[in-house]
Design a protein around this ligand. Sequence first.
Ligand SMILES: O=C(O)C(=O)C[C@]1(C(=O)O)C=C[C@@H](O)C=C1
Length: 372
Amino acid sequence: MKDLKTCRQEIDEIDAELIRLFEKRMAVSRDVVKYKVEHGMKIFQKEREKEVINKNLARVKNKGLLNYIKNFITNNMNISRAYQASLMPNSPLKIAQPRREGIKVGYQGVPGSFSYQATKKYFGEVNNQNYERFEDVFEALKKNEIDYGVVPLENSSTGAINDNYDFITQYEFFIVGEQQLYISQNLLGVKGAKIEDVKDVYSHPQGLLQTSKFLDEHHIGKHRYRNTAVAAKFVAELNDPTVGAIASSEAAELYGLDILAPGIENDKSNHTRFIVIGRELEAPIDAERISMAFTLRHEVGSLFEVMRIIKDHFINMARIESRPLPGNPWEYCFYVDIDGNLGDYNVLAALQELKVSTDQFRLLGNYERKGV
Ligand SMILES: O=C(O)C(=O)C[C@]1(C(=O)O)C=C[C@@H](O)C=C1
């Protein structure tokens, strides 16, 4: 049996040879970039990669090594693609200036709703327009009826608002801002009513979900309504002491209701993240969060590769969400948030590599986070 020292000497010699060949391979890969830029070719060449893998697997003598060698060749090409991405001339991003003067902002719901509060918190006193459905806000932005829209994207206790994730992709808009809001839910009733009088409440399903403990303890029946503030309006019109609403204190004031029980949410750290959407990419100097969306090839390690790129550029990944791709069963669109600014060198390099390593890549925005 060979001793360890001899084995290690042999490995050192082989590694020296591998490094020499690897450098040679990377030099050719660099030449390929020039060709690709001149001929408008994509870095990732699926068919060529298949060909390289098959050609090399056919050369393997020890069939027990097939999987390892497939891995080795695939990794070589991953590294080669990352190198090519780093050499690509930076495609200049079209970045628009944030606008605050003479603008109109759209939100879903009625005055007093949480989206309305988020709009006011983010923009201050601003010309605003409410819409019935989330999609109406997206449509209004598309038709230039409004300059920005405000929609909820995620609640800290009940999770993502999936429709809005899908709409961002569908309408190809950008995220230009984020406003977090502490969501405090209240039991509202008609003037003079007491908690014991209330037998039924109306609210948005999220409002009912977020106050389920209080409602169950008080044996109050839950009824779904389009929106928390619209529910408050409905209850005020009904003028029945046995019927209440779960909504904000603003809604109570707006529709002349009493707050029968304040702060009845199950989770006292109940926050909602609202996003501000726009037609153009904006990247203010103090933007600290980047959102992106991409699809991946169904290949071993494709999501791992995305995470590796983010980690290798010393970037914190703040969030990942996946949504099914309509019309493509079992295929997904991934939404990833990272910390950083489009002016940071490591961020730009990582984005270049991510574009190459994913299938359909879209930068969704670089924005400031308020209320965090
Ligand atoms: O053949 C090419 O087009 C290359 O860029 C080379 C290479 C490789 O490293 O082998 C790299 C990326 C492509 O996806 C395919 C192959």
